[in-house]
Design a protein around this ligand. Sequence first.
Ligand code: FPP
Length: 247
Amino acid sequence: MSDKTYTMENIGKIPVHVSIIMDGNGRWAGERGLDRSAGHAEGVESVRACTEAAVEYGVKYLSLYAFSEENWGRPQAEVDALMLLMFKSMVEELSNFMENGIRFVVLGHREKLSDELNAVIDDCMRKTSGNDRLTLIVFLSYSGKWDILQAAKRYARDLIEHPDEAESMLGMGIDGFDRYLVTAGIPDPDIIIRTSGEMRLSNYLLWQGAYSELLFTDVLWPDFRKDEFLSALRTYSKRDRRYGKVK
Ligand code: FPP
């Protein structure tokens, strides 16, 4: 058996939630003398390949860090190209989501997105809301610190508006606060993968990733296709998760 022959049996335990920091599109394009936006366009093919593999192998949640709060600071032309790519991808992929039972969700600071993009996101989210084979989450205009801050503000507002419930709110545990994060109802990622050789979280899922397994690979995102995804699943299944306890 070639090392690259992956099957349901030899992969092992499948994670419920796989999350990916997609990185290296610009370098992929640069290596080919192409514009950075060509790298992002090729990256969409990797999104499709990983989504298909996730559906095939029974991953229930696949989340992707597509655009951080900090990415707004990129040159306007690149930001515009990325937003257009997201818009087009959502329009084009809707039928694919419906055929494959994919629920599509966008999470992040949505007020910063254009009205046109928000409209297509709302449409896609509404139409796919009854699908339950895979939840595909795209983090757009997201940062972990922003998420924790918006959760804290909403929690504080609830405290002010419902003084009668203050005692129970102040006594609530981690699970109670989880409900204020944009990821409410979504299980924490079992594994966070980052491509392109960078080894940091870059303000991604800081709260939710507290016990995620981390996997860093040198492969650039446009080259991260089905084999790389399945290889990551196999690596995950060999990890020993102890959550700070002794086994
Ligand atoms: C990081 O590479 C990648 C991004 C900031 C954008 C990722 C977005 C996509 C692939 C489009 C996704 C579309 C959908 C529908 C989810 P980089 O530009 O930072 O690369 P570099 O580090 O090599 O410069």
